[in-house]
Write a protein that binds this ligand. Structure first.
Ligand code: ATP
Length: 242
């Protein structure tokens, strides 16, 4: 049944106490897609990611992953099933080396064979040669961009079926942002399905198959990435033109 998307979110409502942060959002991600959830500060991007990861409960709605209802599944079980969130770059362990940080990534989903570990590590180092060069350096001494690479690399060590990326461009210089997005595109092209949450509309939409616009806890628009790039309302709100 290839019609079933990898991830299907239906009418998701999330509250912080008496404050409703998400008002019933629906979205889906098909196998192999790169989908962006685009939103300004406070739109509910991080809340969405935390709910998908199992860190916040739903007050209403459903999350279906690979055809299974995971709405009430615990966070670590979601990781085991292949729903992996890369933390923001600041989420790397500062006192651990690059190698140790990467090894933390496969804790929840251990490898059966040493050879699989080796080939996954080789894959990650191929995507991020900088991490290979710095494998013995501690995380805290890396640049912001390198820490972001390490956060993504660590998530890849868990071999995600769906990789959730929360604002990978946050706080990085334009050159570094471009580099990170190029690698995200490469990870997707090599077969990993990606759901990206971003404020950086230009880079994210350019690389995305599809995108959803999130505004104050509601999905207000959806379409192909390239179509939204030229949408006049999107341009004036997120691309600073028009
Ligand atoms: P940012 O890019 O600034 O992180 P965001 O799109 O990720 O923004 P969220 O952090 O998900 O937005 O916040 C969505 C809404 O929920 C906002 O109105 C925010 O004020 C509110 N909110 C977030 N965290 C809490 C909390 N712990 N308690 C109460 N309200 C919260």
């Amino acid at each position: 049944r290839s019609a079933e998307p990898l991830l299907r979110v239906e009418d998701m409502v999330v509250n912080y106490g008496r404050i409703q942060a998400l008002h019933g959002i629906s979205l889906n991600v098909a196998q192999g897609e790169l989908v962006t959830l685009l939103g300004a500060n406070g739109a509910g991007k991080t809340t969405t990611m935390r709910a998908l990861s199992g860190l916040l409960p739903l007050a209403r709605g459903r999350i279906v992953f690979e055809g299974n209802d995971i709405t009430r599944m615990r966070a670590h079980e979601r990781v085991v099933s292949g729903l992996i969130q890369a933390p923001e770059g600041r989420g790397v362990f500062p006192g651990m080396t690059v190698q140790e940080n990467l090894d933390m990534g496969c804790h929840a989903r251990p490898f059966d064979k040493k050879a699989e570990y080796d080939s996954t590590l080789e894959w990650v180092f191929g995507l991020f040669p900088r991490l290979a060069e710095r494998r013995k350096q501690v995380g805290g001494t890396l640049s912001g961009g390198e820490q972001q690479m390490l956060a993504i690399g660590r998530a890849l060590m868990a071999r995600p079926k769906l990789l959730l990326l929360d604002e990978p461009s946050m706080g990085l210089a334009p050159m570094v942002i471009q580099q990170i997005f190029r690698i995200i595109g490469e990870i997707n092209a090599q077969g990993t399905t990606v759901l990206l949450v971003e404020q950086n509309a230009q880079q994210a939409l350019t690389r995305s198959d599809r995108a959803y616009i999130l505004e104050t806890g509601e999905v207000t628009k959806t379409g192909a990435g390239h179509a939204l790039l030229t949408d006049s309302a999107v341009k004036s709100a997120y691309l600073g033109v028009g």
